[in-house]
Design a protein around this ligand. Structure first.
Ligand code: ATP
Ligand code: MG
Length: 762
């Protein structure tokens, strides 16, 4: 035990060893929150206060859950497999598998990742002739998920206008469709579990008693429904249940756009009468200058719960800042600094390049590639989301649950087997008419189309029959061949990579059965043993049979079902996996909770970071600032900030001002590598505009000509109907492409197309 606790400071120790009551650990980045949470679990078990099965720990990603289990097994000799450590989605999946009947789901229900969900919605809109310009599928999806995240079913929403009424109607139809197909989306996993537990008192009580300690990491990013879910399990308002131990950092709340509600921290403190509020202010991650930068920046936010960070690590190096003329120059600088770092002995996996949006990565990738520096980009398509892998998964899904229409649609004619659009339309018609899945509608089809469809059904059925006794990896191999996917990609010119990805599924399956504790060679289809057979059934005082949740996953899910839900849940994770011998590239969002010795934050420009969408939303800039805070605090030893005067993004050249965050960072902590400049269009301020304007002298003449041709001059005062009076500070391009950068004072800096904007000379 000494072992467990001797590496903690006083506040951490106090937090780890709190009595079994609700507690909130509110602490800044790198102060050891995750470490405290993990150590507390170990301490509770080791001191005999709880058995491993009495713990419920919620992490933000599957990867974080795995890491926590690894750390726990390193701390003490326990089998972590039976422990309930996972994401909200993972834990709900487990509960729903165990209690599928009570949750009114088929035993083999499947999980739709967001891609599948979108295609399911598109299908729904099409089948009901809904105008998808008026109701774009993505918008309908956000509407549905937003409602579910608040715990609202369609019949609980009061529409405020006709459009919303339609969306509510679509929401209901979508839910019916999912129910018919036996599929659930991510938000549904949570809502369904929440409803199950609210409705079913014996079940609720069982889990309330079982989970004596509920621990939640990254609590600031829980949404309304997740908080309700936690309250339910912790027996809030019902005279008790487990103790809820929440750790979080209000300054790192970065998922408001997904419904996260930082107010949950305040609500938690109030509703649970939290007496144990501990702040951790010692930072163990970053050097002083980096931490100063983070502290001073975040102090600009108004809505904060209040805390600071200090470090004993010394100032370390200053934060290096570079202004590039273009995005290409920015990438080049990153390469140079990366080479220096590597030459100094830095490991590539300890170098992270962060950006606000994925579109920024291409140029940097290209530069790294040309320089021969291995890199890894996260947040692109994940393995389980690649087209060929999705195809294979769809076949597997159909073998487990043929009523999954998304899977059916994806592969019914892939590889092509002569089933045309017309046939599919007729099949969809029959499916709506009889209220059954596409698969079940096949027997209603006649003619040539009917015959081809029947052939497809036969393919699935016979693969299923043939694989009765097969282990999961063998089954995957069988499907790979029987589906025709392998042959299809063999004949494709660029198919080699895809075949390799498909082959990897066999290895993934092998690894999965071993990790999840399914006996080697256990038949993939092995139905879950009945509760009695599993020997784990317990009957509570009301005579309700409840499967003890300690039962290994193998008793509630067949290897195939388990593997498929693993694939869907993995596809939903958006966090990077550090550790590879490559430079790590990712968005700031996916870097949450991670740390690296060296961090670059790129594209620090107005409109990019803070993102332009933030100015439209209330509190938007504060959320961007928290995001910047998360980015800065990922760095241990060295931090690099950069921005570019011009940038090509989405096919357009943009001229950006440097990010406002630079004005909010402490001067002392920064080291400007390029001359600390005014916004670049003031770069030649001393020079009269008509002598040598803008962008360096090399193109001054060209510039001058452009000014003439556009008829406008830098320095000229103008008036715009919407933005008011302003001064032209730069002109780029010529003729129809001429654009001016105009400072409109309180309305801000704008770039306007001179051929379109209606400007008046003043
Ligand atoms: P974030 O807010 O980014 O999630 P966090 O508060 O969860 O950060 P951790 O990741 O738990 O912080 O810890 C940050 C780093 O500090 C880790 O490398 C951790 O091992 C180290 N650390 C935490 N506490 C101590 C301590 N008492 N002594 C030495 N190192 C520590
Ligand atoms: Mg953490």
């Amino acid at each position: 035990m000494q072992n467990l606790l001797h590496n903690l400071n006083d506040e951490q120790l106090a937090a780890v060893t709190l009595p079994a009551q609700s507690a909130l650990i509110l602490a800044g980045a790198g102060s050891g929150k995750t470490r405290v949470l993990t150590t507390r679990i170990a301490w509770l078990i080791q001191t005999g206060q709880v058995s491993p099965s009495g713990i419920l720990a919620v992490t933000f990603t599957n990867k974080a859950a795995k890491e926590m289990m690894t750390r726990l097994s390193a701390m003490m000799p326990i089998n972590t497999r039976g422990m309930w450590i996972g994401t909200f989605h993972g834990l709900c999946n487990r509960l729903l598998r165990t209690h599928y009947r009570d949750a009114a789901l088929p035993q083999t229900f499947q999980i739709l990742d967001s891609q599948d969900q979108l295609s399911a919605i598109k299908r729904l809109l099409k089948a009901n002739n809904v105008d998808d310009e008026k109701f774009p599928p993505k918008e309908v999806m956000y509407f549905i998920n937003g409602a579910k995240d608040q715990g609202l079913r369609a019949d609980k929403i009061e529409p405020y206008n006709a459009d919303e009424r339609k969306k509510v109607e679509l929401y209901q139809m979508y839910d019916d469709q999912c129910q018919r197909e036996g599929v659930v989306d991510f938000a549904e996993l949570l809502l369904r579990t929440y409803e199950l537990l609210s409705r079913n008192q014996p079940l609720r009580q069982h889990y309330q008693q079982r989970f004596q300690h509920i621990l939640v990491d990254e609590f600031q990013d829980t949404n309304d429904l997740q908080y309700k879910w936690l309250k339910l399990l912790a027996g809030h308002g019902e005279g008790g249940g487990g103790a809820l131990f929440a750790v979080g950092d209000d300054d790192q709340s970065i998922y408001a756009f997904r419904g996260a509600n930082v107010g949950n921290m305040i609500a938690f403190e109030r509703e649970f009468h939290v007496k144990n509020l501990i702040k951790l202010e010692q930072n163990y991650r970053s050097h002083g200058h980096i931490l100063d930068a983070a502290n001073v920046l975040i102090a600009n936010n108004s809505k904060r719960l209040g805390k600071n960070l200090r470090t004993d690590a010394g100032h370390g190096e200053q934060v290096r800042v570079y202004e590039a003329t273009s995005d290409l120059g920015e990438a080049q600088w990153i390469i140079e600094e990366t080479k220096n770092l590597i030459a100094d002995g830095a490991s590539r996996s300890e170098i992270a390049v962060l950006y606000r949006s994925n579109a920024q990565s291409r140029v940097i990738e290209h530069a790294l590639f040309s320089a021969g520096i291995p890199y890894h980009v996260y947040g692109g398509l994940r393995y389980f989301q690649r087209a060929e892998v999705k195809h294979l998964i769809s076949y597997l899904q159909l073998m487990d649950n043929p009523h999954n229409d998304s899977a059916f649609m994806r592969v019914v004619n892939f590889p092509t087997r002569g089933i045309g659009a017309r046939t599919i339309e007729n099949l969809q018609g029959a499916s709506s008419q009889y209220g059954v899945s596409l698969y079940a509608a096949v027997p209603y089809m006649t003619g040539k189309g009917g015959t081809s469809l029947a052939g497809f059904v036969k393919l699935i059925e016979s693969a299923r029959f043939e694989s009765q006794q097969m282990a999961l990896p063998e089954l995957v191999r069988l499907v790979l061949e029987a589906s025709g996917l392998l042959t299809h990609y063999q004949t494709e010119k660029e198919g080699a990579d895809r075949i390799e990805n498909l082959e990897q599924m066999v290895s993934a399956a092998t690894q999965f059965v071993a990790e999840e504790g399914y006996g080697h060679g256990a038949p993939a289809h092995l139905g879950p043993q009945s509760q009695a057979q599993a020997g784990a059934a317990i009957v509570n005082q009301d005579g309700v049979e409840i499967l003890d949740a300690d039962a290994p996953l193998a008793t509630v899910m067949s290897p195939l079902s388990a593997f498929l839900s693993h694939a869907s849940l993995e596809a939903g994770d958006n966090q990077a996996t550090a550790g590879q011998q490559a430079v790590q590239m990712m968005t700031v969002h996916s870097a949450k909770g991670l740390e690296f010795n060296n961090v670059f934050i790129t594209g620090l420009e107005e409109g990019l970071f803070p993102h332009e969408s933030s100015s439209r939303e209330e509190g938007g800039v504060e959320e961007e600032r928290r995001l910047m805070y998360v980015a800065i605090t990922r760095a241990r030893q060295r931090l690099y900030l950069c921005f570019a005067q011009t940038r090509m993004l989405h096919g357009q050249t943009r001229y950006n001002m440097k990010s406002r965050f630079f004005d909010e960072l402490p001067e002392d902590a920064l080291k400007w590598l390029s001359a600390k400049s005014q916004p670049h269009w003031f770069a030649n301020k001393k020079t009269a505009w008509d002598e040598a304007p803008m962008l360096g002298s090399d193109n001054a003449i060209a510039q001058k000509m452009q000014q003439k041709s556009s008829g406008w001059r830098i320095g000229e005062s103008v008036e715009h109907a919407k933005f008011g009076e302003g001064v032209i500070v730069n002109i780029e391009g010529s003729g129809a492409n001429a654009r001016a950068q105009i400072n409109f004072g309180s309305a801000g800096m704008k770039v306007l197309d001179l051929s379109i904007a209606k400007l008046e000379r003043l």
